[in-house]
Design a protein around this ligand. Structure first.
Ligand SMILES: *Cc1c(COP(=O)(O)O)cnc(C)c1O
Length: 419
C-alpha cells in the first residue's frame, strides 16, 4: 500500500464525532505526492479533483499553484489565498476552459487572471470585454487518450481545446487585439503509456513553432494515473521518467525559440486520490436470492465514480466493536438512493458484480479507499441528500474542514410562490 497508515480508531472516532458518511483526507499522503511531482518547475493543481478550501490552502503552503475551470473555482482559489495577476512570475491562478460565462469574464477582468484558451471565441470575447491578458492555448493535437470514453481529452470527438490547425488563427486574433500567447498546454491524459506520451511530446514540439519567441511556458496537463486496484499497487507511474520525457521536449523547444521555457504539470487525481477515504456505515444486510447485499448510508450522490465510469475502489470494513474480521464472502455493496444504479461494486457498462469482503454486521463501517479525487467534488443533492462532512487527518488529529450540509442549506434558495 502506498497510503500512509491511519489507525482504525480514527475512522471510528470520526464517524462518532461528525456522523457518517464523511470524507477523510490524509495530509501526509498529499504532501508525499506533491513532493514527488515537484521535479517539474511548476505544479498546478487541477482543483476540480478536490476543491475544499483547506486542501487548496495546503497546496498553497506546499508551493503549488492552481487551475480554475469555472468562476466558482476562481472564487475558491482567491478565498484560499492565491492571488491574481500576470507578469514575470508564474500566475498563481489560471482559468482554463472552452468557454467563458459572464461570471468568469468579470472575475478574469477584476483579478487580472491568466487564461488558458480552449476556443477562438474566447479570445474575441476577452477583447470585446476590454481584457488584455496573457494567454495560454490549450491545444487539441488531433488525437487523444483517456481511461474511459467519458474522459477522452483529444481527437475529433473531444470538445476540449483549440484544434491544432487553428493555432495560427489564434495567434493572429490575439495579436490583433493586443494580446500574446505565451503558453502551450495539452491535457491529453496519456497515463503511464510512455509511447503515447512521446507522441504527445512530439506534437507539443511541432506546435511550439507556431508560437515562436513569445513562448515562455509549456504545460504537460494532468492525467497522471493512480492505481485503484490492489493488485496494481506496484504498477505506480514512474514520475521521474515522465518528467524526463517532458524535460527533453522542453529542452528541444528552448533550443528552437532561443530562450528558457518553464515546464508545468497540472495533476488533479495524482495529488489527492490516494489521500481520501469515504467512510460509510452498513445500515442493512440482505439476501436477494443467493447474493448478499451490504447497504450503506453513502450513495452515488457522494461517490459517483463507480456508477458513472464503472470505477473500482478498494473497500475495507472496520468492525464497530473491534471484533476480528477473518471470514470473508462475496457481497454486493449498494447505497440508499432510489436508483438501481446506486451500486458501488459495478463495472463499466453498469454490470453489477460482487466483491470478496469480510462478513460484516449492521453498524460496521465500510470504507471506500482512494476517493480523494473526484469524490466529494462530484457529490450532488439528488434525492435531497445532504453533502457529507469533510475532514483532514493531520499530525495525528482529525479536523473538520467542511460541515455536513444542513437541511436549511439544502432549501435556502428555493421559494414557494403564490399559486
Ligand atoms: C481535469 C483536468 C486536469 C486534471 O486531470 P487529472 O486526470 O485529475 O490529473 C488537468 N487539467 C485540466 C485542464 C483539466 O480539465
Amino acid at each position: 500500500m502506498s497510503n500512509h497508515f491511519i489507525p482504525e480508531s480514527v475512522f471510528l472516532k470520526g464517524a462518532k464525532s461528525f456522523g457518517s458518511p464523511f470524507w477523510l483526507y490524509d495530509r501526509a499522503t498529499i504532501e508525499a505526492r506533491v513532493r514527488e511531482v515537484q521535479v517539474f518547475d511548476v505544479v498546478r493543481f487541477a482543483q476540480k479533483a478536490c476543491s475544499n478550501l483547506s486542501i487548496l490552502s495546503l497546496m498553497r503552503k506546499l508551493g503549488v499553484v492552481v487551475d480554475a475551470v469555472s468562476a466558482g473555482e476562481i472564487v475558491r482559489a482567491l478565498r484560499a489565498g492565491f492571488q491574481g495577476g500576470v507578469g514575470k512570475q508564474t500566475s498563481q491562478i489560471v482559468y482554463t476552459a472552452d468557454i467563458f460565462d459572464a461570471d468568469a469574464l468579470a472575475l478574469v477582468k477584476e483579478h487580472n487572471l491568466a487564461v488558458n484558451i480552449g476556443s477562438l471565441d474566447m479570445i474575441q470575447q476577452l477583447a470585446d470585454y476590454g481584457i488584455r491578458t496573457e494567454l495560454m492555448l490549450r491545444v487539441n493535437p488531433g488525437f487523444g487518450h483517456g481511461h474511459s470514453r467519458k474522459t477522452n481529452t483529444g481527437g475529433v470527438l473531444s470538445k476540449h481545446g483549440v484544434w491544432h490547425e487553428q493555432i495560427k488563427d489564434c495567434v493572429k486574433l490575439a495579436q490583433k487585439n493586443g494580446m500574446w500567447i505565451t503558453g502551450l498546454h495539452m491535457h491529453i491524459g496519456s497515463g503511464s503509456d510512455f509511447e503515447h506520451l512521446a507522441q504527445v511530446c512530439d506534437a507539443m514540439f511541432d506546435l511550439s513553432r507556431h508560437i515562436g519567441g513569445h513562448l515562455k511556458t509549456i504545460s504537460a496537463g494532468g492525467g497522471l494515473p493512480v492505481s485503484y486496484h490492489e493488485n496494481e499497487k506496484n504498477e505506480k507511474i514512474d514520475v521521474q521518467a515522465y518528467y524526463e520525457l517532458w524535460n527533453n521536449t522542453r529542452k528541444r523547444i528552448e533550443q528552437s525559440v532561443g530562450h528558457s521555457v518553464s515546464l508545468e504539470v497540472e495533476p488533479g487525481r495524482y495529488l489527492v486520490a490516494e489521500s481520501g477515504y469515504l467512510v460509510s456505515e452498513i445500515r442493512a444486510i440482505k439476501k436477494q436470492g443467493d447474493n448478499t447485499f451490504y447497504l450503506v448510508n453513502a450513495g452515488f450522490t457522494d461517490l459517483v465514480r463507480p456508477s458513472f465510469y464503472g470505477s473500482y475502489h478498494k473497500i475495507s470494513i472496520i468492525a464497530k466493536d473491534g471484533r476480528s474480521l477473518n471470514e470473508t464472502h462475496p457481497a454486493i455493496v449498494g447505497g440508499p438512493l432510489c436508483e438501481s444504479g446506486d451500486v458501488f461494486t459495478q463495472e463499466e457498462g453498469g454490470f453489477v458484480v460482487s466483491r470478496e469482503l469480510p462478513v460484516a454486521q449492521v453498524g460496521d463501517l465500510l470504507v471506500f479507499h482512494d476517493t480523494g479525487a473526484y469524490g466529494a467534488a462530484m457529490s450532488s443533492n439528488y434525492n435531497s441528500r445532504l453533502l457529507a462532512a469533510e475532514t483532514l487527518y493531520s499530525n495525528g488529529s482529525l479536523e473538520l474542514i467542511r460541515e455536513r450540509q444542513s437541511f436549511e442549506h439544502l432549501l435556502q434558495n428555493e421559494r414557494i410562490i403564490e399559486l
